[in-house]
Design a protein around this ligand. Structure first.
Ligand code: 5RP
Length: 236
């Protein structure tokens, strides 16, 4: 197995497949966002097409997830129509030893937190590069903010010791606009000694919709790794 981009792709595919394999017929499935979850959605579609899996409905966490679900033939539903989510599969940008997460690399963390928190079984799918000893060591905390409150929220985050940076679009001038029409501040903290406390403090700033710290939500972490040149999936 070569290293670099190819290896990461294989790890993401394997872990996406391993999560999709855990979905049972008749389930309501939370469909996460990102390149790893995209493989899980693809494999769910394959299982439906082969007839091995029947009667599932997806709840997408983003526009991207709903586009992929439609592409791979997964029927969709909404939280208005169902009263439970049996299982959710989603990626993460960082996973700590307590299975706390930083999410929001795709600016979808607000809907992701709604869906992932409601799921009776929440499976996180990551490649080995996402495993950290402490949150915030490799990735800033994404904070979704109402556009009219960007200036006061930026000041409040600086007063908390964070370094907020407005997330800018790629191949689009100006800031990233979320599926809800808001903006994202990526906030770097020197350290995050208490993720649960920081999650609450950030969400208490007027104008903040949601932040990307997920505490106590994860049930299972599946990690795609390369061992002895071969892709393997292990459970954390
Ligand atoms: C989107 C997310 C993604 O799940 C996270 O960024 C991981 O993405 P990828 O699987 O592409 O590395 O939180 O908001």
């Amino acid at each position: 197995m070569s290293t670099g981009a190819d290896a990461i792709k294989v790890m993401k595919q394997q872990v996406g497949k391993a999560a999709a394999d855990r979905v049972q017929s008749g389930s309501i499935v939370g469909l996460g966002t990102g390149s790893t979850t995209a493989y899980a959605i693809q494999f769910l579609g394959d299982r439906l097409k082969s007839g091995e899996l029947t009667d599932i409905k997806g709840i997408p966490t983003s526009f991207q997830a709903s586009v992929l679900a439609k592409q791979y033939g997964i029927p969709l539903t909404t939280l208005d129509e169902v009263d439970r989510i049996h299982i959710a599969i989603d990626g993460a940008d960082e996973v700590d030893p307590q299975k706390n997460l930083i999410k929001g690399g795709g600016a979808a963390h607000t809907r992701e937190k709604v869906v992932d928190s409601l799921a009776e079984l929440f499976i996180v799918v990551v490649d080995q590069s996402k495993i950290v000893t402490a949150l915030g060591s490799t990735f800033p905390v994404p904070v979704e903010v109402l556009p009219m409150a960007i200036a006061p929220v930026t000041r409040a985050l600086e007063q908390l010791g964070g370094k907020p940076e407005l997330r800018m679009g790629v191949r689009k001038d100006g800031p990233v606009i979320t599926d809800q029409g808001n903006m994202v501040l990526d906030v770097t903290f020197a350290s995050i000694p208490n993720p649960a406390e920081l999650e609450k403090i950030l969400n208490n700033i007027p104008g903040v919709l949601e932040n990307g710290i997920f505490v106590g939500v994860t049930d299972i972490v599946l990690i795609g790794e390369i061992q002895d040149g071969q892709p393997v999936v292990r459970e954390m």
